[in-house]
Design a protein around this ligand. Structure first.
Ligand code: TYC
Length: 113
């Protein structure tokens, strides 16, 4: 290949000393995805146990916990909180482990919001 020889007189001012090219890359701030934690109804887990779970792992008052438990009981499912992936995963694991240790079939899952 023939090397290109460019002279100052070529009038290309881009690389000959006192000018520069500034490029801006547009970036959009990404918000982290959120995950809903869902509690599912079943016929066997005692109501008081579910209320206790909601107080213990989701920081609800007794009244709030009772209300959400009744929603799950009547409708089959309810969102009990919205968290980052890691926190949602931890909540689900805590609830599932606590239910298993008490031999209740309570199910807790997560889904992307
Ligand atoms: N349906 C259960 C009962 O009648 C109570 C219950 C509520 C179970 C919510 C699970 O996520 C649940 N004992």
């Amino acid at each position: 290949m023939t090397p290109e020889i460019r002279m100052m007189s070529d009038k290309d001012d881009s690389r000959d000393g006192d000018s520069e090219v500034v490029t801006k890359t547009r970036s959009r701030t990404q918000k982290p995805p959120l995950y809903k934690v869902l509690l599912l109804n079943d016929d066997y887990t005692p109501m008081e146990f579910v209320v206790h779970v909601l107080e213990r792992f989701f920081g609800m008052s007794h009244a709030q916990a009772f209300e959400i438990m009744l929603t799950v009981h009547k409708k089959g499912v309810a969102v009990v909180g919205v968290f980052s992936f890691e926190v949602a995963e931890t909540k689900v694991a805590q609830v599932m482990d606590f239910a298993r240790r008490h031999q209740h079939p309570l199910q807790c899952t997560m889904e992307k919001e």
